[in-house]
Design a protein around this ligand. Structure first.
Ligand code: M6R
Length: 606
């Protein structure tokens, strides 16, 4: 979940490394650092907090080396201090690392017994000392590193440079992504192709267990058994994906506003608008023969999966097993061979989702991946990729990725239903029409946000906020609560409306806003009864509904009036007001909306 970069350049590389790190800050922003080799010696600059702190430091104390590595950190082992910031180094070697070295305690003990002195609380520092130890025994950098890599357990992407070596960098990948960029007389390493986009579009992705030895003009790649291997180079489209905030105050707001276009673009890939039917890629999957679906994901992507469970069970009449990936991967779920397993991930790199995928693959499942980053590990390991066409999502809080995941999953539900004959052509047409109308409805939600600014003022006073929803809109309540807590730091929980009386109702008093996601569908009256229970206890209700406010039958703190849409597409539509409410509350409270504390966009550790 950290971002790493390495450059073998022909001029001082520190500024370019900072530039690349800026595009990796979504992976973590607890600290940042750079090391270079200058006159044969390793030197580094590090700073706690965001990258701009490191930039300030470099202005007064520049680094001039032509070979260097950089890191932006999401802390796992050790507090986010300057001492724990990467790169870590000895007089011989410097390392940046993304991942977790699981056996670091044992290694540290052995190395300490040999006289190595550790200065940080990190797991990464053992890598530096292992290599140094090998070099002290007379081994050259490449052999020393190869031997050290053989001792590491866990997940890592590493970039390594050496004192006295102005034309050498070593990279290694196990469980965390790493890309090689091929330049003109220059060579690069990066956690992803977007980091390297300004320098080169020729990219080689290392595979699991690979490591590489690079100079400015050559790359040798070895597999986990140290056999020389060839890996293909591809032309990356990452440069066309570089984005800025435009006229928006935050990436999150821009991404919320992109949703009508992004949903439309994504749907265009899966439905034939003119014919009114889904045009699903064959995927090598016999959808008619699907009798059980397994879905797994994390965070917001998981909530998209929960919505899909409701859709697939209702329209395709297939039972769906769903669990968050960090639980699923260890549950030893029994799986009959030939089942369909669907993994949902914006980044395509989420460690738990990837491991859940591998579990299903080992157990004979056909793997479909709903991913936004098509070059990601999850996409590469899936049998079929169902891309979301959301474009890069920079805000840590997921918005447009969520609604584009829902768009794909809605089409998948229709496709399975049609293939199994549980919905007929007329029903398919009705559902497809509902989807095609959706971008227009979403756009109407974005015309005027002044209402949310006022409401945000009220919500910001709360210590706890509850979100309620029923049926297919229950996951939207959970997603609303996640959005609010992650960017405003207000405690929020999403509950199934019917579950309220089994415990959470004890929390209700006049200081607890209760956000009710309740389109006027066949469950609306049931949810109205739950609202009465809240109102009777003094709770402050915000009703998000297409129903007139009078139908609430109780006093409301606010009514977010929604356009009338088909019940099938309501989860997509109702995602928008919960995003806006969280966004404006966070802005009102003055938090760092795009990079909220303690979080990272891509979670590549378990
Ligand atoms: O990249 P992924 O979709 O696999 O990420 C999953 C979650 O980490 C992500 O959705 C997270 O919950 C977001 N911060 C939610 O806004």
């Amino acid at each position: 979940m950290c971002g790493i970069v390495g450059i073998l350049g022909t001029k001082p590389v520190a500024i370019d490394i900072v530039d690349a790190l800026r595009r990796l800050e979504y992976r973590g922003y607890d600290s940042a650092g750079i090391a270079t080799v200058e006159n044969g010696l390793l030197d580094r600059r590090r700073a706690e907090g965001k990258l701009r702190n490191l930039e300030t430091r470099l202005m007064s104390e520049p680094l001039k080396g032509h070979v260097g590595i950089g890191h932006t950190r999401w802390a796992t082992h050790g507090r986010p201090t300057e001492v724990n910031a990467h790169p870590h180094m000895t007089d011989k070697v410097s390392v940046v690392h993304n991942g977790i070295i699981e056996n670091y305690r044992d290694l540290k003990e052995d190395l300490t017994a040999k006289g190595h002195i550790f200065q940080t609380e990190t797991d990464t520092e053992v890598v530096v000392h292992l290599i140094t130890d090998e070099m002290r025994q007379g081994r050259k950098p490449v052999e020393a590193t190869q031997r050290a890599l053989g001792m590491l357990r866990g997940a890592f992407a590493l970039a390594i440079i050496f004192a006295g070596e102005d034309n050498l960098m070593i990279g290694a990948r196990q469980g965390s992504p790493l890309a090689i960029g091929h330049g003109q007389g220059e060579m690069y390493l990066g956690s992803d192709a977007i980091a390297l986009a300004p320098f080169t579009d020729t990219i080689t992705y290392l595979e699991e267990g690979d490591w590489c030895v690079m100079t400015r003009t050559s790359v040798q790649i070895f597999d986990r058994d140290n056999r020389a291997v060839e890996r293909p180079s591809i032309k990356s489209v990452a440069s066309s994906l570089l984005v800025d905030k435009g006229n928006y105050r935050h990436f999150m707001l821009k991404e919320i506003h992109e949703q009508p276009e992004v949903i439309s673009h994504t749907l265009g890939n899966y439905i034939d608008m003119a014919a009114g039917c889904v045009k699903f890629p064959s995927m090598g999957i016999d959808l008619a023969g699907v009798t059980r679906v397994t879905i797994s994901a994390c965070g917001t992507a998981y909530y998209a999966g929960v919505v899909a469970k409701y859709w697939i069970e209702k329209y395709a009449r297939v039972p769906v097993e769903i669990d968050i990936a960090s639980e699923f991967r260890y549950r030893e779920v029994p799986l009959a061979p030939g089942g369909l397993s669907v993994f949902v991930s914006q980044s395509g790199e989420t460690a738990d989702t990837l491991e859940a995928l591998r579990y299903c693959k080992r157990n004979g499942q056909i793997i479909a991946a709903v991913v936004n980053v098509r070059t990601s590990t999850i996409a590469r390991e899936a049998n079929a990729v169902l891309p979301t066409l959301a474009g890069p999502e920079i805000g840590v809080a997921s918005t447009k990725a969520f609604t584009s995941q829902l768009s794909v999953l809605a089409c998948l539900a229709i496709a399975i239903g049609r293939a199994r004959g549980t919905i007929d052509a007329a029903k398919e047409q009705e559902l497809v029409k509902a989807l095609t109308e959706l971008p227009r409805h979403v756009a109407t939600m974005l015309h005027d946000e002044s209402f949310y600014e006022g409401l945000a003022h009220e919500i910001s006073k709360a210590r706890d906020v509850l979100y309620l929803g029923r049926g297919v809109n229950y996951p939207i309540a959970m997603e609303g609560a996640l959005k609010l807590k992650e960017i405003s730091y207000i405690h929020a929980e999403g509950y199934a409306a019917g579950e309220l009386k089994h415990g959470p109702i004890a929390l209700i008093d006049e200081n607890v806003p209760v956000i009710v996601v309740a389109p006027e569908d066949d469950l609306f009256d049931k949810t109205v009864s739950n609202m009465q229970e809240v109102a009777a206890r003094g709770g402050q209700i915000v009703l998000i509904s297409d129903a007139p406010k009078e139908k609430a039958g109780c006093r409301l703190l606010a009514h977010i009036k929604m356009p009338k849409a088909h019940p099938f597409t309501n989860p997509l539509l109702y995602a928008v007001p919960v995003q806006l409410l969280a966004y404006h509350t966070a802005v009102f409270m003055g938090t760092d909306v795009d990079q909220p504390r303690n979080l990272a966009k891509s979670v590549t550790v378990e």
